[in-house]
Design a protein around this ligand. Sequence first.
Ligand code: PEP
Ligand code: MN
Length: 278
Amino acid sequence: MGAPQPGKATPLACRQPGQENTIVSVGDVRFGDNKVVLIGGPCSVEDHDQMINTASYVAAAGGSMLRGGAWKPRTNPYDFQGLGPEGLELLAEARRVSGLPVVTEVLDPRDVELVAESADMLQIGSRSVQNFPLLREVGASGKPVLLKRGMMTTVNEWLSSAEYVLASGGADLVFCERGIRTFETALRNTLDIGSVAVLKDTTHLPVIVDPSHASGDVRYVAALARAAVAAGADGLLVETHYSPGQARSDAAQSLDPAQFAGLAESCRAVALAVGRDL
Ligand code: PEP
Ligand code: MN
């Protein structure tokens, strides 16, 4: 209970007295700098044209990184599980064409080496936040890591998960708040904006927000994104699909290209209002 104790159980993740913010670089993208980093892309990597097309409209809207799942952690084992290695190739191809660095989830410790060879940043999903062997493996890979908050983890537990990555040799870690489970069911999850404020104070590492999994509903994604930027988030991870009705996962929360551009524009206005840019 209570605010994290800097430097006690999590000395690498927490800010030491006087320690400046750490900037995490992924290619030319800098998390924790003045510019709020917008990452866009589909929930699942589906095919070549989808990824090339998405990379192009994400960049045009001001996005500086591409997301997309090659392995999907689905609740039901019969749901689409992702394209696996083929998805990694499609992400790499989209990066070649667009120049945007890519972030993708790694689910299995046995896949870390393969994913690290082609992705620029490794995402640890909510359901894996306490998969300690996986955290050690991604830390040892030396790649930048995007660590989602678990839907049932406290801020202190989340910090401990980050500590696993950092203690295993990883230096570049970005936290991603994506909503937690509460009694509220109006949205898919409850976005904990307070965790952004706490982490920006407690840690030296960047913190971004995923308003897509937090809301689960396309109608509310942009509002949560604006709240995140106003609260001091260093970036946004947003799901978008060129044709949301055809998305193979998370269609209900996927913005179409125009909605994605609208989100970017309104979040840029908030960023400027709080002395940042997007
Ligand atoms: C995702 O970003 O595609 C994802 C599965 O998110 P989460 O782990 O937050 O549910
Ligand atoms: Mn998703």
